[in-house]
Design a protein around this ligand. Sequence first.
Ligand SMILES: O=C(O)CCC(=O)N[C@@H](CCC(=O)O)C(=O)O
Ligand SMILES: [Zn+2]
Length: 329
Amino acid sequence: MLAEWIARSLEGTDTATAREGRLAGGRFFLHEPGILELSPDTCHATARACVLSIGIHGNETAPIELLGDCLARLEAGRQTLGAPVLVILGNPEAIRRGARYVDTNLNRLFRRDLDEAGMEPDRARTLMAAVDAFFARHADRQRLHYDLHTAIRDSRFPRFVVEPYADSPTRPEQWRWLAAADIQAVLHQHRHSWTFSHYSKHYHGAQAFTLELGRALPFGHNDLTPLAPMGQLLDALLEGREPAEATTERMVFFRVAHELVRRSHDFRLCFDDDTPNFTEFAPGTQLAVDAEAGPYIVEEAPLSVVFPNAAVELGARAALLARPTDPPH
Ligand SMILES: O=C(O)CCC(=O)N[C@@H](CCC(=O)O)C(=O)O
Ligand SMILES: [Zn+2]
């Protein structure tokens, strides 16, 4: 049942409401399409209340396969549930189409004052309500949200996380868990971004990240081998165990210095389309030109470009520009 949940959600046959059943160590509840809650019979004392989301962008399939394998291990009784977990399949229609989104980028809509209409805004409201209700049910536990993605292009650091901007600090053990899961770099956001992980951190004080786990490829084309340590971290969270830790010595930390925003139709980036994430550009380099905003030229110190995408909607982020920063204490 659980192993088929993702496939059935995508087929659109997962339409019955309030279905539930047993698994090793607990129960599962299918609240509505693409929203699955796992509820342990006994919670480990230190278990986190975990939100694990996949498929917020429909063409990012590796995390769907990775978490699908974790659910299959649970169902086969090879793992025992020991933590409350909300599993979210973000944008089923976009996943069916193999597209990043259908009408608008879901991962910019997670704000409580959202007043837009349409499929993705409605989905964002459904997901925010599900997260609110889940964290309210587990108010006594530390909260965690890992939103699992893959990136459009190659990267100097194939596996990295974005740490959303918020008032609540990231706990130091998160860096050690992520290092053990073979995450190679961290990008600290410099301002509110209204992504799904930002939602959980900003409104719920959760330990929250957007995780970039390699490149976006179609189903069946992913090599999950480099993601095995991440699979082990997810297994530990599901079991409510303390995850493995590793030294963060080799992890590289960046902070966003500037966000390039597309202001006009006549906008272009001045470097190759296949430029890998975290490529560094020297002062004086022109990075973008926009009919409204003019040219963007690197000043003072080199800047590393992350998530460059000239084809975004008007007013949306076309790239993050970052600089190395000291590791957190
Ligand atoms: O590779 C790309 O250009 C985009 C990959 C992606 O979807 N990244 C997330 C990052 C979210 C964040 O800033 O926390 C996104 O753009 O939504
Ligand atoms: Zn994504």
